[in-house]
Design a protein around this ligand. Structure first.
Ligand SMILES: Cc1cc2nc3c(=O)[nH]c(=O)nc-3n(C[C@H](O)[C@H](O)[C@H](O)COP(=O)(O)O)c2cc1C
Length: 248
């Protein structure tokens, strides 16, 4: 079973590619989180978690969802992390999550995809994004083949900096940056409610046709990047930047 979480489409795209190469089914963690569902989830095939990297680890709310959810059947677990540049020591934290859950850890692949963190960094334009995705294709295919053969994924090297990013920079990112304060809708908003539907944590509600953000945002960038009117901004940081979304 290919379980994915995706804000802006990268992980959904990779999950689709793996599902078709392994003839396995897709399962949306976003929808489960939105619906406050925690299984039980039964899978005959290994669990393949396809997730974005947030602060050199898997997104905290997804980790919590995995911890709180009961899984039955095949309890081998693969982790495929899409990222802009790297996953630090996410592998160490995924292995430890597997120990907690009684999963047999089958390894982690880091797949470099276009950066989506428009609230912090520049994001690529369409041409740059296409080139990054094309470069990722062989890695996606080789990971899918290994999963199909139920072989462990090759170990990736972890640098000292990578360990520090996951252990030290991750808590700093959550403490200082990951919050909803800063998002706002501009006059271009037509009140279509797409942001409310897309938000995986039900953090957005429309008040008199205008989106309002509560305080359990996970910075997935779905609202700002997928607004059909490009009517959402984050402080001054997103002004003038292209929106990034990959159609899975
Ligand atoms: C809150 C946040 C934190 C991120 N942290 C990292 C990171 O630590 N390392 C990295 O390489 N990319 C990081 N990124 C980039 C995403 O992991 C990457 O673009 C991913 O493919 C997005 O997947 P999605 O389109 O499925 O949401 C971060 C993005 C966001 C929104």
């Amino acid at each position: 079973m290919i379980l994915y979480f995706s804000g802006t489409g990268n992980s959904h795209y990779v999950a689709n590619r793996i599902a078709s190469a392994t003839h396995d089914s897709l399962f949306s963690i976003c929808q489960q989180m939105k619906d406050h569902q925690h299984g039980p989830i039964f899978s005959k095939t290994p669990l393949v978690f396809v997730l974005p990297t947030y602060g050199w680890r898997i997104p905290r709310m997804v980790e919590q969802w995995i911890e709180d959810t009961s899984f039955e059947g095949n309890l081998s677990a693969y982790f495929i992390l899409t990222c802009g540049t790297g996953t630090g020591n996410a592998v160490g934290y995924c292995a430890s999550l597997c120990r907690k859950k009684g999963f047999s850890f089958m390894g982690l692949s880091s797949i470099i995809m276009p950066e989506n963190y428009i609230a912090m960094f520049p994001v690529p334009d369409a041409k740059q994004a296409a080139a990054i995705i094309q470069a990722a294709e062989p890695h996606i295919s080789s990971s899918a083949e290994r999963i199909h053969r139920q072989e462990p994924l090759p170990k990736e090297p972890i640098s000292l900096i990578g360990r520090l990013e996951s252990a030290v920079a991750n808590p700093v990112l959550y403490a200082c940056f990951i919050r909803a304060k800063g998002f706002y809708a501009t006059d271009a908003c037509v009140g279509c409610g797409q942001c409310e539907v897309l938000c995986p944590t039900n953090n957005i509600t429309l008040l008199d046709g205008t989106p309002q953000w509560a305080n359990h945002c996970i910075h997935c960038m779905a609202c700002i990047c997928r607004c059909p009117q490009e009517a959402i901004e984050y402080k001054k940081r997103s002004l003038g930047k292209p929106r990034y979304f990959l159609n899975p």
